[in-house]
Design a protein around this ligand. Structure first.
Ligand SMILES: [Zn+2]
Ligand SMILES: [Zn+2]
Length: 303
């Protein structure tokens, strides 16, 4: 076997990986690649967000459909950074399956489509193990593509996993990425991420119950992308689910209080649990207690 599919590295406090692409400075954009949940809604791919700076994309989470949605944004919105062969790095918030089942897609599909570079995967404890196991799961495929006559490149199949802790986890000429701990039920490690670029600060909550860490990370940030469920419809859920959601997630009422303190220039509702509500209903609930700018994201929304 030629080398190891996965080179691994335990906690790099700052992974100085060099500039991703020589690109002119340009405005930072937030592209919603998937706003869904475990519900198999065909209009909403699994959770994934791209922070785009010039020709570089910084992905957060890898829900199902991530590579196809990225390709769609590249084609329809001319966002070259989201062409499959440019997908070079992903920051995982936590290891719930809805946030990670797109990971083998993100490791392997862009390679088949011509990406030469390995994928860097940053995430909480257990990320390296997950990537190692994916290496093993797909080893037959990799061997055939490398040695079975397919004109493949011999480098882009690799993934480099980094188990990280809270703090600065990545820095290059475009961005400084900071992970912060959030409370997500019984998970002992779940992150939100803060991206500071030349022109913007973007904070992505990850999955979380109301967390002061989100407020501290945002503190007047440009864009706060935050998960949410309908407070009104929670009442229609069975008691055991109500208890679960209170421990693991954030209601529209709670998010209004968080946003009031975090003061983002734009609040983006994400990973929405509607239970029969729609975007207008979620926005109405948030706006009843929050006076700032707020939108409810759809897939391929750009902010
Ligand atoms: Zn979760
Ligand atoms: Zn989730």
């Amino acid at each position: 076997m030629r080398g190891s599919l996965v080179a691994s590295m335990v906690f790099a406090p700052i992974a100085a990986l060099g500039p991703p692409h020589a690109s002119p400075p340009s405005a930072t954009r937030v592209v919603m690649l998937g706003t869904g949940t475990p519900n198999a809604d065909p209009e909403r791919s699994g959770p994934a967000v791209a922070v785009v700076v010039g020709d570089a994309a910084y992905l957060v989470d890898a829900g199902p459909g991530i590579v196809r949605r990225a390709a769609q944004a590249a084609r329809d919105d001319s966002i070259r950074a989201l062409e499959p062969e440019r997908l070079r790095r992903v920051f995982i918030t936590h290891l719930h399956s809805d946030h990670t089942v797109g990971l083998p897609d993100l490791i392997l599909s862009p390679w088949v489509l011509g990406r030469n570079d390995p994928l860097d995967v940053f995430g909480p404890r257990g990320t390296k193990r997950m990537v190692d196991l994916l290496e093993r799961a797909y080893s037959e495929d990799v061997q055939i593509r490398l040695h079975g006559g397919e004109p493949s490149n011999k480098t882009g199949y690799a993934a480099v996993a980094h188990d990280v802790g809270a703090g600065i986890v990545y820095r290059d000429s475009n961005v400084t990425v900071t992970a912060f701990n959030v409370a997500h039920g019984k998970w002992d490690q779940a992150f939100g991420y803060r991206f500071a670029t030349r022109d913007r600060v973007v904070v992505i909550s990850g999955d979380t119950s109301p967390s002061d860490a989100v407020i501290a990370a945002c503190n007047g940030c440009d864009v706060l992308v935050h998960e949410v469920y309908s407070a009104e419809r929670l009442r229609t859920r069975p008691p055991e689910w109500r208890q679960y959601h209170a421990a693991y997630h954030t209601s529209t009422d709670q998010l209004a209080a968080i946003a009031t303190r975090a003061r983002p220039k734009l609040l983006v509702l994400y990973h929405q649990l509607y239970w029969g509500d729609d975007d207008a209903a979620l926005l109405r609930q948030v706006r009843a207690k929050y006076r700032g700018n707020v939108v409810s994201a759809k897939d391929l929304g750009v902010y």
